[in-house]
Design a protein around this ligand. Structure first.
Ligand code: BGC
Length: 355
């Protein structure tokens, strides 16, 4: 009996000894909360990796867009969910962008957000993501489907509608073109500022393969002709969304056509800023002998509309669009099912516009 007690005692002592030697690394939760009764296991942090490819960084509107996209992702972080966003410059080069998407795939990104350099090559990029099983949100440049007669069809681009984890977030560019035309239509002289009975215009185009450019060009004029206004195109030229090119095109047109020009329509504000400089240099005055229209409603252009140095612009809601792209991206990361198309409205910005 004595022997048994002695053995039991030494066992207890040994256990105590080992327990004393065992490493005593407190878990973070224990350290923060010394009361073992309420201690919980440390929360796990999940980090999602997101690859973003922007068609080119050197674009006024897309710069606002990508900055907002990144800061909205940050605002969505919690103690347990983080978003590691890697944004790259496509440099307006399809080969460069294809490389970026391939690298995103090799790096095992959880989500890809893509602002395609060429909408006509969107399928190649979509296929890469789909084959790798990575969800993709396309933004700002809508790839268009084509029907049997060769007409473009919205909301039916096969690469988008055929894939449950691919979607497009954007704005309907026809609306922005229509708004530009309506701003001119609603002027007291209906845009015929030189009073020769027709609206003679210069059209400065973004880039010919971008639906935003195509629709704005078409629908701005359609809003005038639908209202029974006679129009005459004096110049139609490509400015690649760029301020310097917009200025050059406007300058050439003003040299060539002078007072014949009633309106300069620009597919975006970037080019309208250039046209505004050309107008000033030519000694012309917006609202007095010429009209000037843009799209995007950049801060500086909103100010110009207020002070009369620009006739009007159309708010291209980069905040609404980038937030929608992030929200739907997060739904994809969480494995939720999504729609294929998400649309954000444009807003008309003329002299009556109140923010
Ligand atoms: C904007 C332009 C921009 C283009 C880029 C358009 O929606 O209005 O300012 O250059 O997107 O794709």
């Amino acid at each position: 009996m004595k022997k048994k007690i002695a053995f039991a005692l030494s066992l207890v002592m040994l256990t105590g000894l080992f327990a004393g030697c065992a490493p005593k690394e407190p878990t973070p939760t224990q350290a923060a909360n010394p009361d073992p009764a309420v201690s919980e296991p440390a929360a796990e942090v999940k980090t999602y990796n997101i690859g973003v490819s922007i068609y080119q960084f050197n674009d006024n509107f897309m710069t606002l867009y990508r900055n907002e996209l990144e800061s909205y992702f940050k605002s969505k972080e919690t103690d347990t969910v983080k978003y590691n966003v890697v944004t790259q410059d496509g440099k307006n080069d399809m080969a460069e962008q294809t490389n970026q998407i391939n690298n995103f795939i090799t790096q095992g990104m959880d989500l890809i957000i893509c602002n395609p350099v060429q909408t006509s090559s969107a399928d190649t990029l979509i296929d890469l993501a789909v084959d790798a099983g990575i969800p993709m949100v396309l933004i700002n440049r809508e790839p268009l489907g084509v029907d049997a007669d060769g007409n473009t069809v919205d909301e039916s681009y096969p690469g988008i509608v055929d894939n449950a984890e691919v979607c497009y977030v954007g704005a309907d560019a026809r609306q922005s073109g229509t708004y530009q035309g309506e701003i001119v239509r609603d002027l007291a002289d209906k845009g015929d500022i030189n009073g020769d009975g027709k609206v003679s215009y210069v059209m400065i185009i973004g880039d010919p393969e971008n639906p935003d450019a195509q629709y704005r060009t078409e629908f701005s004029i359609k809003a005038l002709t639908d209202a029974g206004i006679e129009v005459e195109e004096l110049v139609s030229n490509i400015g690649n969304w760029d301020t310097a090119q917009g200025q050059q095109i406007a300058q050439n047109a003003l040299n060539q056509f002078g007072d014949k020009i009633d309106v300069i329509f620009c597919n975006n504000d970037g080019m309208a800023l250039g046209a505004a400089t050309a107008i000033e240099q030519a000694g012309r005055k917006v609202g007095e002998d010429i009209y000037l229209l843009g799209v995007d409603a950049l801060e500086e252009c909103q100010k110009m509309v207020k002070d009369g140095t620009m006739t009007g612009t159309v708010l291209n809601d980069h905040i609404g669009q980038s937030h929608k792209a992030v929200d739907v991206g997060i739904e994809l990361l969480e494995g939720k099912s999504i729609e294929n198309y998400y649309w954000v409205d444009y807003v008309k910005v003329d002299a009556n516009y109140v923010k």
